[in-house]
Design a protein around this ligand. Structure first.
Ligand code: PLP
Length: 390
């Protein structure tokens, strides 16, 4: 395992980590069974929780799961609504085999980051209310009850505090928070689940793509689409991701980093990649596909549009962006919580390869510096985007 620990309390943690081989234990319907019950509930009861930093190599963080100490969970039933929720040791959960999420994909996820401020060393969240509201929109789409913004913020803050030794040192990455809203009640026929679980876990992360901050290379999806009008492409439902794995693998086999999807009606307008939004720059005009039901409205996308206008770009457009515009664009970049701003070095469309400017003088790089400066507490947060945790 990745964890190196010595004291008795540490061994307790390691043994629970070792037992965590599969995500879900099937067979019962109570959550957080025996494995977690015997362990101390409060972070302060564990000596390790008082360490400033967990004992891992902070210089080698990628975007992989590094288990942390605690996760938050709250249940929701029709009679009682959402419980206040509680922290439990991070570990497997038990689900009924007929849970709505397992059988019919009634599930949503979110993704946001906590940073250690370069300035004060305090812990900061980036625009968490945006994620709370987006989860509510998704919940409405999938006929699920959603946690209030207040419960969402409380859950995220508690998860960060309980795992604070896993928040990377300034400049080394962030603690990625993964809220889940799952239909955990049992159903057989197609129907909304009778019970829901709101869960938040965390993992420290570094760069998303193995390229790091170097350019990524995209391939336009051929006859494969991420979303359709009237579908659920604009919400972060877990059901939108497994269907793109095959296209993603094909692209990787051909040496590309990711797939860039076109719209499914005209096969002509850019939508986004499987987990990030896209921007195209030509003569200082910045364009990004308008969100009309088939594109995930990214918090980073929205922030980029705002920052670009603040930086003095006169034309920042949300509109249809045709694949034809790729032929003479100056620059292309992708945005998302996980990728931040990824410069695109090339896009390949029907055997034609278009190349773009990358590097320190680009619009993407300026926006990257503006965004990460605010996130790390290095630049003034005039928009009040950062939420301090303690
Ligand atoms: C999460 C996600 C994004 C990026 O959204 P952010 O809020 O910026 O993280 C973009 N596209 C898809 C398909 C996503 O799932």
């Amino acid at each position: 395992m990745l964890l190196r620990r010595s004291s008795v309390a540490h061994k307790l943690v390691s043994s629970s980590v070792a037992g965590r081989s599969s995500l879900f234990k099937l067979g019962g319907c109570s959550l957080f069974a025996s494995q977690t019950a015997a362990l101390p509930l409060l972070p302060d009861a564990m000596p390790s929780a008082r360490e400033e930093y967990a004992d891992i190599n902070w210089d080698e963080l990628g975007f992989g799961l590094q288990p942390t100490d605690y996760m938050f969970s709250a249940k929701c039933t029709a009679e009682e609504g959402f419980s206040r929720g509680e922290l439990n040791r991070y570990g497997n959960i038990e689900l009924s085999p007929s849970a709505g999420v397992l059988n019919y994909g009634q599930g949503l996820f979110e993704g946001l980051k906590a940073f250690r401020s370069e300035d004060s060393g305090g812990l900061l969240l980036f625009r968490p209310e945006e994620n709370a509201k987006r989860l509510q929109m998704g919940a409405e789409r999938l006929l699920m009850p959603s946690p209030s913004v207040e419960l969402f913020l409380d859950a995220v803050k508690k998860t960060v505090l309980a795992n604070r030794r896993w928040v990377p040192p300034p400049g080394k990455g962030a603690l990625y928070l993964r809220p889940l809203l799952l239909g955990t009640g049992a159903v057989l026929g197609l129907a909304p689940a009778p019970e829901y679980t709101f869960l938040v876990y965390a993992s420290p992360v570094g760069n998303y793509f193995k390229e790091g901050l170097s350019p990524i290379h995209l391939m336009i999806g051929d006859g494969v689409y991420r979303a359709t009008p009237g579908g659920a492409g604009d919400v972060k439902t877990i059901a939108n991701y497994a269907p793109v794995l095959k296209a993603q693998r094909e692209a990787k086999r051909k040496g590309f980093t990711e797939v860039l999807f076109l719209d499914s009606v005209n096969n002509r307008y850019l939508e986004e990649a499987s987990s990030c939004n896209v921007f195209v720059v030509k003569d200082n005009v910045i364009a990004t596909p308008a969100t009309r039901g088939t594109i995930l409205p990214g918090v980073t996308r929205k922030s980029m549009i705002h920052l670009a206008r603040n930086l003095g770009y006169q034309q920042v457009e949300e509109r249809l962006v045709s694949v034809d515009e790729l032929a003479d664009a100056d620059e292309v970049f992708c945005t998302g919580t996980a990728v931040v701003v990824a410069p695109v070095g090339s896009i390949t469309y029907k055997d034609k390869r278009f190349e773009y400017q990358t590097g320190s003088k680009t619009t993407g790089q300026r926006l990257y510096s503006a965004l990460t400066g605010i996130q790390m507490g290095r630049l003034p947060d005039d928009m009040d985007w950062m939420v301090e945790i303690d």
